[in-house]
Design a protein around this ligand. Structure first.
Ligand code: GDP
Ligand code: MG
Length: 448
């Protein structure tokens, strides 16, 4: 008896050692990936400490897939680090909100201001842009050009050199004109310097912004923390936007910006164009940080949830780069059918943050049903059209009379049909990244 107990203890301690080894291996691997993604060293160390507290080695000993358990814990921990625990300021339509953009020169403020305005304009807001950058020659022209392209009212001056004065005048004017989203673009400098922060403080004091957004270039690397902190110390930053996510940088600086400002990331910039702008979605972002690509988390989930016999077809279609209206329709069906499991589907990239915001599931379901009615109305027009449009990844259904017929056929408003098509375009763009993806066989996905 004594022998078997000691053998058991021996086995147990062996198991613990092995699991600790697995844990450390995983942590080292992930530390490397995170440092390469420009996550601040201190944050990586904090994450390691937390993980060691969270992951219970005894549980691991009993667990089947240790690496998977550890990876999931790390993934969750990183998601938590990107969530400062308080939502950013919520805009209210019809009431003027002043939003001030700050960041170093070249970070993408002016571009992002317009993207932000354009995004909200499409959602029914009345935005306006104020150029309070009197530091850089050509700043006003740039904002003017962007604003004109997006048909957004703007204010600025070629002669006035006092940014505070312009900011105040612009905000006053647009309040009178009943704009409900007044965006103040500010100047930056090449370096962090006292004059810049003093100017930001003064503009902020004079315009009393409801929200200050810190704009950060994803490629600044390890400098992110100090930069974000320096801004936070001068003015009360309430949200972060990370730009140039279309480049090589993986955006690890976002973790630093969140830690330094205690504010959430709200959008990411993914290109120079007006519509290359996405609501921040934490899971794909973390996947990218870990070098997993946007898709691996999703692939793991889809293998767990979607019956095996249905997977290859969907994945095959997607890997061919064809996100058709029919696929959108089928995914909507899945979401409605699955009820609570729909939660898993909410991690389909692009489906979660915009289409199905947390806490508004009922509304989202109603919206999805509306979209489906409209798509039903398209198929009613005859088999031929259905084939060319629902199954084309580039449906040419944007012409007016066609949209009107779909609206009539489904008893919905033209605006709603356009909204549904916008939704389709948005998802198609995100899902087009699936193109060329190697489809894994079952069991291949658990390794990082
Ligand atoms: P500002 O000095 O902070 O106002 O920065 P700008 O808005 O003038 O942007 C600086 C440069 O970055 C411009 O050439 C922009 O076109 C570019 N830019 C801004 N955002 C993005 C982005 O998300 N992706 C890419 N590729 N370029 C961007
Ligand atoms: Mg600018």
């Amino acid at each position: 008896l004594g022998g078997s107990i000691s053998r058991a203890i021996q086995q147990m301690s062996n198991a613990t050692i092995i699991d600790e080894k697995v844990l450390n291996e995983c942590l080292n691997e992930i530390t490397r990936a995170l440092l390469q993604s420009d996550v601040q060293f201190k944050l990586v160390r904090d994450m390691q400490t937390n993980i060691k507290k969270i992951v219970n080695l005894d549980d691991l000993a009993a667990g089947h897939n240790k690496r998977r358990i550890i990876q999931q814990a790390i993934f969750n921990e990183l998601c938590k680090m990107l969530d400062p625990g308080k939502p950013s300021f919520t805009l209210k339509k019809g009431k003027p909100s002043v939003i001030m953009f700050v960041g170093l020169q070249g970070s993408g403020k002016t571009t992002t201001c317009t993207k932000y305005a354009f995004y909200h304009q499409k959602k029914g807001w009345k935005p306006a842009l104020v150029c309070a950058d009197t530091f850089r020659a050509g700043a006003f022209d740039q904002l003017k050009q962007n604003a004109t392209k997006a048909k957004i009212p703007f204010y600025g001056s070629y002669t006035e050199s006092d940014p505070v004065r312009i900011a105040v005048e612009g905000v006053e004017r647009f309040k009178k004109e009943n704009c409900d989203l007044i965006i103040v673009d500010t100047s930056g400098r090449h370096k962090q310097e006292a004059a810049l922060f003093e100017e930001m403080r003064q503009v902020s004091e004079a315009t009393k912004p409801d929200l200050v957004i810190f704009v950060m270039d994803s490629s600044i690397g390890q400098a992110a923390f100090d930069q974000a902190q320096a801004f936070k110390q001068s003015i009360s930053v309430g949200a972060v936007i990370v730009t140039k996510m279309d480049g090589h940088a993986k955006g690890g600086g976002a973790l630093s910006a969140v830690a330094a400002t205690k504010s959430p990331v709200i959008f990411i910039g993914t290109g120079e164009h007006m519509d290359e702008f996405e609501v921040f979605d934490v899971k794909p972002f973390v996947s990218r940080l870990l070098g997993m690509g946007d898709w691996s988390g999703f692939m793991d989930k889809i293998q767990e949830v979607v019956p095996m016999d249905q997977q290859p077809e969907l994945l095959q279609k997607l890997s061919e780069g064809n996100f058709t209206l029919r696929i959108m329709y089928e995914q909507f069906q899945n979401i409605l059918k699955m009820g609570p499991i729909g939660q898993v589907f909410s991690m389909l990239p692009g489906f979660s943050s915009e289409l199905m915001p947390k806490g508004r599931e009922k509304e989202s379901q109603a919206k999805i049903k509306r979209y489906m009615t409209m798509m039903d109305s398209m198929t009613n027009e005859g088999k031929q059209k259905m084939l060319t449009e629902l199954d084309s990844s580039n449906p040419k259904i944007m012409n007016e009379s066609r949209i009107m017929r779909i609206a009539r056929g489904s008893g919905r408003h033209v605006r709603e049909v356009m909204e549904m098509l916008e939704e389709y375009k948005r998802l198609a763009k995100i899902w087009s990244k699936m193109k060329g993806l190697k489809i894994p066989k079952k069991g291949e996905m658990s390794a990082l």
